[in-house]
Design a protein around this ligand. Structure first.
Ligand code: AMP
Ligand code: GLY
Length: 441
């Protein structure tokens, strides 16, 4: 298959966090990258790799943004966050063949922004997933009756996007009833919890399997394991992710084959039957249960911090791979992963996952970042912003501040290196988990 990225391709990378910093770092290594525009809200690290776009990304500004991309001859738009996908960012900015978008349309991204719809699609395609039922605000009594009548604990999920805060993993029926009431009755997440999915609570190890999908071809990426809970030993509330390593030995070749054949292929086929052409990353959050892998959720974007770990090992031209995904020519891509393993440990701000402290000066990083530094350690910025004074230290501006990411010969060494260097990130109230990778030790 021919195709592939043109020489000196100008790119807009949407999204302002750690995932995008890692993508920008890798895109910068492509000899075909022309000008890189980054998010107007880009963190301090991302700003070292590209120029902040002067046009905002909000839906009402799309006309001006489109005009800007036209004027600057931007040929590829890469979309990081799910919220933009729900807001039709890909639909609005795609203009083939002059401009392609890496990231699914709103209709395709429904897999992530409408969990109730996703569960229906999975069921129709026979994709293994937790048993579930969906309820709306008129069905509160039925929902409460359902949780009381279940013999085992359940998980209550707001159907819409909640920035990772819409899932309550319950230990008993009381907790589940409270979750149902606060979502359906008290509208805890507004419209996003107008519907809830109540599903059986699964047990096992969790893995993140991401694949590039170009409409029909599927390219499986090495699997990662994230650590969702804030505390060591997997304790405390859920976060966006405290650290990830790649590859995970839990995803054996048999597991990966199963996921490709029984999860990715039937899901992409089911979307096609709905008339949906999916182009972008398809990210399956899976539980490895004793009756096989089951889908917990789909994301329609790269994961954070999975992407930091993935980019650390990525070999081949990322720009070409993203272009081909958007173009529909993935079968001509050249994608590989470095031997060994990578690990990202996220250094967070005090208070996270509640309201974090912000505005603290980041006094030290274990190693400075330069665009061409391809050594075994990278500090990807997440919630940071530049200092108000020229040449000053960056400031904290979010919960997950810096993703210290290491590459080493194996998972143990990568995690040990990332953990050791995370201690070198210094700002008021900094904390991180010292046990990333513990589940396979
Ligand atoms: P989600 O946003 O659906 O990935 O859910 C966030 C986290 O909740 C997951 O990473 C799991 O740790 C947990 N979770 C979600 N669904 C289930 C389930 N059916 N059984 C057990 N844990 C779950
Ligand atoms: N780390 C999980 C996510 O990106 O949703």
């Amino acid at each position: 298959m021919s195709g592939g990225v043109p020489d000196k391709c100008n790119v807009l990378l949407a999204g302002s966090g750690g995932r995008e910093h890692a993508l920008a770092w890798k895109l910068r290594q492509s000899p075909r990258l022309g000008k890189l525009w980054v998010d107007p809200a880009a963190n301090a690290g991302l700003r070292q790799f590209g120029t902040p776009c002067p046009q905002g990304f909000e839906p009402r500004n799309r006309f001006h943004l489109e005009r800007f991309l036209e004027k600057e001859n931007v040929q590829l738009v890469v979309v990081g966050p799910e919220a933009l996908l729900e807001q039709s960012f890909a639909d609005d900015l795609s203009k083939p063949p002059q401009r392609l978008v890496f990231g699914p349309t709103r209709a395709a991204a429904r897999l992530e922004w409408d969990k109730a719809w996703c569960k229906q699609l999975l069921r129709s395609a026979n994709v293994p997933t937790a048993e579930s039922r969906t309820f709306n605000a008129q069905q509160i009594e039925a929902a409460l009756h359902y949780v009381r009548s279940r013999p085992d604990p359940v998980v209550v999920k707001a159907s819409g996007l909640c920035a990772g805060k819409g899932v309550v993993v319950c230990d008993d029926a009381k907790q589940a009833e409270a979750a149902v009431q606060s979502m359906l009755l008290n509208k805890q997440h507004g419209d996003a919890s107008a519907q809830v999915v109540i599903e059986e609570r699964l047990h096992g190890q969790e893995v993140s399997v991401l694949a590039l999908v170009d409409g029909s071809n599927i390219w499986m990426l090495d699997a990662c394991q994230d650590h969702k809970q804030v505390g060591e030993g997997d304790t405390g509330p859920n976060t966006g992710g405290m650290g990830a390593y790649c590859p995970t030995p839990l995803a054996t070749p048999e597991v990966m084959q199963f996921v490709e054949r029984e999860v990715m292929v039937p899901t992409v086929d089911a979307l096609r039957r709905e008339g949906i052409d999916y182009r972008g990353v398809l990210f399956a959050g899976l539980m490895l249960t004793h009756s096989g892998p089951k889908v917990l959720e789909f994301n329609c974007r790269f994961g954070d911090p999975e992407t930091q770990a993935l980019m650390m090992r990525w070999q081949g031209d990322l720009l070409d791979a993203l272009w081909r995904t958007a173009e529909g020519t993935l079968d001509g891509a050249d994608i590989g992963f470095a031997r060994g393993a990578s690990c990202c440990v996220v250094v967070c701000a005090q208070g996270y996952p509640g309201t974090p402290r912000s505005g603290d000066s980041i006094e030290a990083l274990p190693e400075s970042i330069t665009p061409n530094d391809t050594q075994g350690l990278q500090c990807f910025h997440g919630g940071t912003k530049p200092s108000a004074q020229a040449g000053g230290q960056p400031l904290t501006a979010g919960g997950r501040v810096i993703g210290v990411t290491a590459l080493a010969a194996d998972v143990q060494q990568a995690c040990a290196s990332a953990t050791r260097h995370a201690a070198g990130v210094r700002f008021q109230g900094a904390f991180f988990r010292r046990d990333i990778g513990h589940r396979i030790r």
